[in-house]
Design a protein around this ligand. Structure first.
Ligand code: EPZ
Length: 433
């Protein structure tokens, strides 16, 4: 239920004094796809380290609405049975709220021969078209019908066949959706120019351990031999750590911490971010499964150039949180957002905090620092900009109120509780009328 809630933050006014440890949860952009992938299984699928975030609840609701049975155990253990699925009409209400519901289309068409769903909708960060999905389904023998923004995709003869597909863009969810469609299609599917995000290999390796035949994971070409329904018995999907959540916390620590350990993460998936922060002068210790940020209390940070890029480049989802760091660097920093056409809109709000921002066009901006930020009342427009506003509120002087906390709860579990545990003054409250 989307209650209107807000975070109320008392800023540190530039003091870097948070201390302790913050544990990183399971990756949202991995587990959502494995949940969708449960449709490919004849029997029960077990998952562990599932984060308690809103998007997981929405994906579970979408699956249950289709007829799946989900058992949610304690501490992130889920069991899913999809043999009871009796529909392949994705609930419009959920599909419009969560873009990643589109990933369900691949497994549903592959198993049931058709799927109906609404255009998942663009959002503040961009139009986010689905042409790559639709063109690929056609190449796999499906017919696509659209009627006032609702799509029905039907595989001729009730079964997709393999195809050789070049992705116009290395789309993350298109790669995952088509990889899963190929698992049950007849024959061989070759996907070229696929995305290389680590969550894709995590999904593909799990599917392979349950009987799928996917080759080339982690390379630009993935080949899938179509086969029978998968079997999850005795296998458990251990959700990998969320590299975006971990990166968000490292950026926050550089600006607010005396000594903070970001643990249960995988720094080897965070090179672009960590290299940028180190080049700016941030002191940190990088372990196998943690990043410790310390001795930065009186550090002067240097400006950096941030150009977002598909993995392993600088991840677009950390562009907004990183911009707060850039407001505190001494000199002029440059942001080039190459993935989305509207992912700089939040900068207008960042300048309301007092930052010196110059937006050059819809993809590029300059930030001059350092600038003391002052607390503001703001509305989260999306998940990552919302997190950026929380970081801005933590370093600002005075009080910040961040509304639409639902967006932040979509991808960060119990954020306010975890930040209070390391000394931040943040509380969750119903939105004042
Ligand atoms: C995934 O979205 C992530 N979401 C996004 O994270 C992330 O920003 C994005 O990948 C890029 O890394 C999930 O995994 C659930 P894309 P996705 O398809 O797959 C264009 C977050 O904050 N495109 O890789 O939807 C698209 O418009 C979210 O966790 C087409 O043109 O992104 C974009 O410009 C936000 N046609 C570019 O490709 C298509 O058919 C890359 O988008 C599909 C995509």
């Amino acid at each position: 239920m989307e209650t209107q809630e807000s975070f109320i933050i008392e800023g540190l006014a530039g003091e870097r004094k948070l201390t302790g440890e913050i544990k990183v949860g399971g990756a949202k952009n991995a587990v959502l796809k494995t949940l969708a992938g449960s449709v490919l299984f004849a029997d029960e699928v077990s998952l562990e380290r599932v984060p308690g975030i809103e998007d997981v609840s929405r994906m579970c609701e979408a699956l249950e609405d289709l007829g799946a049975k989900i058992e949610k155990g304690e501490t992130g253990k889920y069991k899913i049975k999809t043999d009871g699925i009796n529909s392949s009409v994705i609930t419009p209400a959920i599909a419009k709220k969560m873009r990643s519901s589109i990933v369900l289309t691949g497994p549903l068409i592959a198993r049931f021969g058709s799927v109906s769903f609404p255009f998942p909708g663009g959002c503040v960060i961009g139009k986010r078209p689905i042409d790559i999905f639709l063109d690929a389904f056609k190449k796999m023998g499906a017919e696509v019908k659209e009627e006032d923004n609702n799509f029905t995709v039907t595989a001729s003869g009730g079964k997709l066949h393999g195809a050789e597909i070049f992705l116009r863009l290395p789309s993350v969810t298109a790669t995952e959706t088509l990889m899963m469609a190929g698992v049950l299609a007849t024959g061989t599917t070759v996907l070229k120019n696929v995305a290389l995000e680590p969550e894709i290999a995590s999904l593909g390796e799990f599917l392979n351990s349950c009987g799928a035949k996917i080759e080339g994971l982690g390379t630009p070409v993935i080949t899938i031999e179509g086969g029978e329904l998968l079997s999850g018995s005795e296998k458990t999907y251990l959700t990998p750590p969320d590299r975006i959540e971990a990166g968000s916390f490292v950026i926050m620590a550089a600006l607010t911490a005396k000594d903070l350990k970001i643990s249960d993460c995988d720094p080897s998936q965070m090179d672009a971010l960590l290299e940028s922060l180190i080049s700016a002068g941030v002191n940190m210790e990088i372990g196998k499964d943690y990043v410790r940020v310390f001795d930065n209390e009186n550090k002067t940070f240097s400006p950096v150039e941030i150009k977002t890029h598909e993995y392993p480049g600088f991840v677009t989802d950390l562009q907004a949180p990183m911009s707060i760091f850039l407001t505190q660097a001494t000199g002029q920093s440059y942001i080039f957002e190459t993935i989305y056409e509207n992912r700089l809109n939040y900068l207008e709000t960042i300048s309301r905090f007092g930052a010196r921002v110059r937006v050059l066009d819809s993809h590029r901006a300059l930030i001059d620092g350092p600038e003391v930020l002052s607390g503001k009342e703001v509305e989260s427009p999306d998940l990552r900009a919302g997190l950026a506003y929380v970081i801005a509120g933590l370093i600002a002087s005075g009080q910040t109120i961040v509304h639409n906390v639902y967006y932040i709860d979509r991808g960060y579990e119990k954020l306010d509780e975890r930040l209070r545990a390391i000394g931040a003054k943040i509380k969750r409250a119903p939105r004042e009328a």
